[in-house]
Write a protein that binds this ligand. Sequence first.
Ligand code: BGC
Length: 493
Amino acid sequence: MRESKCSSSTIKVHLELEYREIRLSLKLQGYLEPFQLSLEKLQEVSHRLRRDMTRGLGKHSHHNAPVKMLPTFVRATPDGTEKGDFLALDLGGTHFRVLHVRVVEEEQKVLKMDSQICTIPTDMMLGPGQQLFDHIAACLGDFISSRNLKGQTLPLGFTFSFPCEQKEIDKSILIRWTKGFKCSGVEGEDVVKLLKEAIQRRGDYEIGTVAMVNDTVGTMMSCGYRDQSCEIGMIIGTGTNACYMEEMKNVKRVEGEDGRMCINTEWGGFGDDGSLKDIQTTFDVMVDEASVNPGVHIFEKMISGMYLGEIVRLLLVKLTEDKFLFSGQASETLLMPGSFETNVIYPFISAEHSLENVEHILTKLGLKWDEVDARVVRVCCDTISSRSARLCAAALAAITNRIRNNRKLGHLKTTVGVDGTVYKKHPNFGEELQATVRLLAPACHITFMVSEDGSGKGAAMVTAVAQRLARQSRLLEDSEGEDEEEEEEDENN
Ligand code: BGC
């Protein structure tokens, strides 16, 4: 008797939950719609980016172009003959890494010999630039002496994952900070010079030649060693960006017509001229306004790990205010900016999504929730991360379609090296991106290759390729010298 009473009340609760869910899902649609971009809209976004890429490459249009299309002076991908020992630095987020890397020619392998992580305190991300570079030089110094590398003067690959105007492989001017960094006195300065000056101030160790590398380039190069058709590098992590091999004749700001050069697109800046206003939601605008760099990297702010969680949080707050969630009661934690981190999205979306998985998260946020609330949060996480994957697909399609066009190919077969926490950790981000890009670039067959430590090993690889090219051009010069001598001898005889 007792048991049947209990089960009828359970059924009633379930029915109530279901009715509430049906009522809610209809209303919820109005909030989610602005995030749901049709294929036609994505196509349009992809076309706009292609137009902006051309503007970025142009000699005169570059100056005002939101997508900077920066020449990297990387003119070749690995050919498998690279070798040697290198140091690599990797700065792009809250952690900073120092690595010792060996490139082994016979085995076609890049071996990470050793590495060390140093954290960058938040106040240092916003403080004077000299303090940041002194910190980097100190970490590098500790690493060199603790690994007995002093006196070896190894070449150094410096992965610096911010937009830089590269003048040479070892001269790189920071255009602007992104991803929460705002150190004074660095924008407009040569980053290699700042690093070298910091090392000189210490005076207790030396480094060899330096090659500056964006993380997208490192990613492309580390995959390029394994698959020589890899000519695109893409990052979807704290920030987002991509690079690819462009025909030199189209790189109007660098002299020379022959061959190719890797271009760092800095696609995160797409929309900085207002061109994405039609797809920006009120929540995107709020995220941008609250950031340390309002108006900058609009596309990145709709996509990358630094911002996705915050977009979800703002939507959840709105739904709570409008009494669709948590019985209209937001917690103090939910109201705190940054409290819903992007990695909190993943358990909501995972295939094993279960109440136990998310219980911990919602309770930690101090929320009083029921099953329907949990499902609504899941739909919000899914919608916002799905938009991110589809926008990335539109951007990638712009690049592959451009390469295909450049080479006048009916069909392009290419490989993209990919890295970044969002791509690697999100349960279905990669799948959605790949499915969408197939629709947007049907004449391109793209293989996705997840990079193994592109920022570390890739930086060493860029340095190794630069050394190989320098060696080859020295050999060429020597043999040209010999020819001249031979010619002179001929004339004398
Ligand atoms: C930077 C890029 C970088 C990307 C991924 C962006 O914020 O501007 O240079 O490649 O983040 O780390």
